[in-house]
Design a protein around this ligand. Structure first.
Ligand code: DAT
Ligand code: MG
Length: 139
């Protein structure tokens, strides 16, 4: 069953470059409501677990060290058709393939450091959101 929430992270590259405000503006201007929000940092173990599905891929080590190297912004977003519409808003994984008007087109610098995460299914959105936010932190 489709739900109306997704989970996102503004990744360490975008936080380091000062793009938190710009990215949150694109998100809210696209019609998403922020229902949970925090600045936090993934431990190496958190990043390994979050990206466990990629553990056999050659870029896994680099991905884990990148995602744990500095603060991220974690958020839960609400909108009709949230998961799919947010994937459209962020654009392709590789910013050189990302469409005009997408967050990755504007802010990402490489396939490895691509500014934002967006959940790929309703099930993962629920798991990823619950990892970061207690029920009383979700509005
Ligand atoms: P997405 O973040 O668009 O869902 P994904 O789930 O396939 O993409 O991969 C997760 C992250 O792993 C991605 O945001 C960046 C990194 N990654 C994926 N493919 C990569 C590659 N070929 N080289 C380096 N990093 C890669
Ligand atoms: Mg993915």
């Amino acid at each position: 069953m489709a739900t109306n929430r997704t989970f996102t992270m503004i990744k360490p590259d975008a936080v380091e470059k000062g793009h938190i405000g710009g990215i949150l503006s694109m998100i809210t201007e696209a019609g998403f409501r922020i229902v949970a929000l925090k600045l936090t940092q993934l431990t190496v173990a958190d990043a390994e677990a979050f990206y466990a599905v990629h553990k056999e891929r050659p870029f896994y080590g680099e991905l884990v060290s990148f995602m744990s190297r500095g603060p991220i912004v974690a958020a839960i977003l609400e909108k009709d058709n949230a998961v799919e519409d947010f994937r459209t808003l962020i654009g392709a994984t590789n910013p050189s393939d990302a469409a005009e008007g997408t967050i990755r087109k504007k802010y990402a610098t490489s396939v490895g450091e691509n500014a934002v995460h967006g959940s790929d299914s309703d099930e993962n959105a629920a798991i990823e959101g619950a990892f970061h936010f207690a029920g009383r932190e979700q509005f």
